[in-house]
Design a protein around this ligand. Structure first.
Ligand SMILES: Cc1cc2nc3c(=O)[nH]c(=O)nc-3n(C[C@H](O)[C@H](O)[C@H](O)COP(=O)(O)O)c2cc1C
Length: 162
């Protein structure tokens, strides 16, 4: 499948996970493009204040992966603004994940994923899977591997029309 991986990452954590996922999906034979979403100011807490330096288009992909950090117990304002603004000519399937610092998913990750799902569903997009990486936990690498395999399987199933 042609897959666009759209990443907001202020300090590189989310980007590093997205790169690992991209590498693995490429090995599976998918055609992948990783695009960075870059705001002028990282510090804007409200989506309506976010202005983009780089706002990669979402068109032309069969699947999209959205990736962003948790900010203030929410999906980053940058990703919220991006998802709200995105214009779609087709209806790719969606996977998404967030990274956050605190050790438990309810400390931001769960809410952030719910926000991501809501914004995608509002555009009529079907979500194949989501995940949360708890950055400060010792098993971080395992979480990343598990998430990657989850995404590989979901895309394979979709590709087989199941
Ligand atoms: C403004 C701001 C707010 C944050 N709020 C939270 C939070 O509510 N919960 C949490 O677990 N981590 C929080 N973090 C930590 C980030 O989610 C975490 O470090 C993430 O992995 C950063 O991803 P990045 O390197 O891709 O930017 C916050 C970080 C920033 C900069």
């Amino acid at each position: 499948m042609k897959i666009g991986i759209m990443v907001h990452s202020q300090t590189g954590n989310t980007l590093s996970v997205a790169e690992k996922i991209q590498e693995r999906l490429a090995k599976e034979g998918h055609s992948t493009e990783l695009k960075k979403i870059i705001p002028f100011k990282e510090s804007d807490p409200r989506p309506e204040d976010v202005r983009f330096q780089a706002k990669p288009p979402v068109d032309g992909y069969e699947a999209l992966i959205f990736a962003a950090p948790v900010w203030g117990f929410s999906l980053s304002a940058v990703m919220r603004a991006y998802l709200d603004d995105m214009e779609l000519a087709s209806r790719p399937v969606v996977l998404g994940f967030v990274t956050h610092a605190f050790p438990l998913p309810w400390m931001g990750g769960t809410r952030a994923i719910r926000q991501m799902e809501g914004l995608c569903q509002a555009k009529g997009l079907r979500i194949l899977g989501t995940g949360i990486i708890n950055w400060s936990r010792k098993d971080r690498e395992k979480q990343i591997l598990d998430l990657t395999e989850q995404f590989v399987k979901a895309l394979a199933k979709e590709g087989n029309g199941q």
